[in-house]
Design a protein around this ligand. Structure first.
Ligand code: KG4
Ligand code: ZN
Length: 344
C-alpha cells in the first residue's frame, strides 16, 4: 500500500511516501532561516511559506520514492494541533489530493505522530513495534511538553503537560535573552556542553510536586533577573557557557526526574522520548544514564525524526489503516487545539 503524508503544523513543510509502512522518502523543508530575523515563528509568514513549498516538497518526495500520485492508495495529513494557517495549507491540499484520486484520507494528531516516532527505525525506516513495551513517553518540543502513558500501540493516556511554556520554548526564550541566534535550543545545547552546570543553580519548577505537569516560565524569568543583575556574564565566554549549562541542567533534571517518577508509579519499565528537544545532548545523556543504572529500556527518537516530519505522520496513518480505519471525512476541518486525550 502506497501512502503519502503531509506535515505543516508549524514551521517545517514535510511530505513523506510510505510503502506498507516503510519510508520511501521523507522530504523536509525547514523555515528556520525565514523566522530567524524575528526570533520566533511568525504564523502568517509560516502559512505563506508552506503554500510556496508544499508542491516542490511533494514533488521531491514522490520523485525520491519513484511514485506517481496515481499510484497512491491513501493520503494523510496533520490535522492539529498547530498554527491554524499552517495546518490549513497541508490539510486542505492533502484532502484535495485524496478527493481527486478518490482515495481514503486520514487526518492525524500531531502529538500522536511524535508519540510513535521513537519506534521508527531500521533501513528503510519502519515501525519496530515487535519490540514494543508499555512505556511512559516524554514529548518535548517548541510547542509541547507532555508525559503520556502508552499501554499498548494506539492505547495512550495523557498524564500531564506544561501549564505555561514548553521546554523548547524555554530553551529558545532563554537563548534569545542571552543573545543567541534563533532557534536557540541547539546553540544553547552546544555552549552548555562546554560549561559547568554546577556554577549557577536555577529553579527546578514543579520538580517535587505530586502532579505530572511541568512549568517553565518561572525558570525563564529567573534567568532574566540573573542576567539583569549580572550583565557581565554575557561578556565572558566562560560565564556564558556556565549559564547555559546551568539552565540546561535545570530543564533536563525536571524532565528526567518527572518522567522516571511517572514510569515508576505506573510500574512500566520503558521510557521513550520524542520532539525537537529530544535532540538535546544533555537530555539524551541523562535519560541514557538514569535508564541504564535503574534498568529501564530507553527508546529515543532518531534525531532526524525528533523535529517535525511527515514520516511520523504517515506511520500513524499506516497504523490506523492497518487497524481497520477506512477514512476520515474530507470535510473535516483543522483542529488547532485538539487535545491528545480526545484521540483513541
Ligand atoms: O519538534 P519541533 O521541531 O517543533 C515543534 O513542534 O515545536 O521542535 C523545535 C524545538 C525548538 O524549540 C528548538 O529550540 C528545540 O526543539 N531544540 C532543542 C535542540 N534541538 C532542537 N532544544 C534544546 N537542545 C537541542 N539540541
Ligand atoms: Zn512537533
Amino acid at each position: 500500500m502506497l501512502l503519502l503524508a503531509v506535515e505543516t503544523s508549524c514551521d517545517e513543510t514535510s511530505v513523506a511516501v510510505l510503502r506498507d509502512g516503510s519510508v520511501l522518502a521523507n522530504a523536509v523543508s525547514s523555515q528556520v532561516k525565514l523566522h530567524e530575523e524575528y526570533g520566533g515563528v511568525v504564523p502568517e509568514l509560516a502559512s505563506r511559506e508552506h503554500l510556496r513549498n508544499l508542491m516542490p516538497v511533494a514533488r521531491q518526495a514522490l520523485g525520491q520514492a519513484n511514485v506517481t500520485p496515481q499510484q497512491l492508495d491513501a493520503v494523510a495529513a496533520t490535522r492539529g494541533p498547530g498554527l491554524p494557517g499552517a495546518l490549513l495549507v497541508g490539510l486542505r491540499a492533502a484532502q484535495g489530493m485524496a478527493f481527486a484520486l478518490a482515495k481514503p484520507f486520514i487526518g492525524i494528531h500531531h502529538h500522536e505522530a511524535h508519540l510513535y516516532s521513537p519506534w521508527i527505525g531500521g533501513d528503510p525506516l519502519s515501525l519496530q513495534l515487535e519490540s514494543f513495551e508499555p512505556n511512559v513517553s516524554l514529548i518535548v518540543s517548541g510547542g509541547h511538553t507532555m508525559l503520556v502513558h502508552v499501554a499498548a500501540p494506539m492505547e495512550h493516556r495523557v498524564l500531564g503537560g506544561t501549564v505555561d511554556d514548553a521546554a523548547g520554548e524555554c530553551f529558545d526564550k532563554v537563548a534569545k535573552l542571552i543573545g543567541l541566534p534563533y532557534p536557540g535550543g541547539p546553540e544553547l545545547d552546544r555552549l552548555a556542553g562546554e560549561g559547568d552546570g554546577g556554577v549557577h543553580r536555577f529553579p527546578r519548577p514543579k520538580l517535587n510536586d505530586d502532579s505530572h505537569d511541568f512549568s517553565f516560565s518561572g525558570l525563564k524569568t529567573s534567568v532574566r533577573y540573573f542576567v539583569r543583575d549580572n550583565p557581565g556574564v554575557l561578556e565572558s565566554g566562560r560565564q556564558l557557557r556556565d549559564l547555559c549549562a546551568g539552565v540546561q541542567a535545570a530543564i533536563v533534571e525536571v524532565l528526567v526526574k518527572k518522567t522516571m517518577r511517572a514510569a515508576k508509579r505506573l510500574g512500566v519499565r520503558c521510557i521513550t522520548a520524542s520532539g525537537g528537544v529530544t535532540c538535546n545532548s544533555g537530555l539524551r545523556a541523562s535519560l541514557g544514564q538514569v535508564c541504564k543504572s535503574e534498568g529501564f529500556k530507553l527508546r529515543l527518537a532518531n534525531p532526524a525524526l525528533c523535529t517535525d516530519n511527515a514520516a511520523m505522520v504517515g506511520m500513524v496513518a499506516h497504523m490506523r489503516l492497518a487497524n481497520g480505519m477506512t477514512s476520515t471525512s474530507l470535510d473535516e476541518e483543522i483542529a488547532p487545539n485538539w487535545p491528545l486525550a480526545e484521540v483513541n
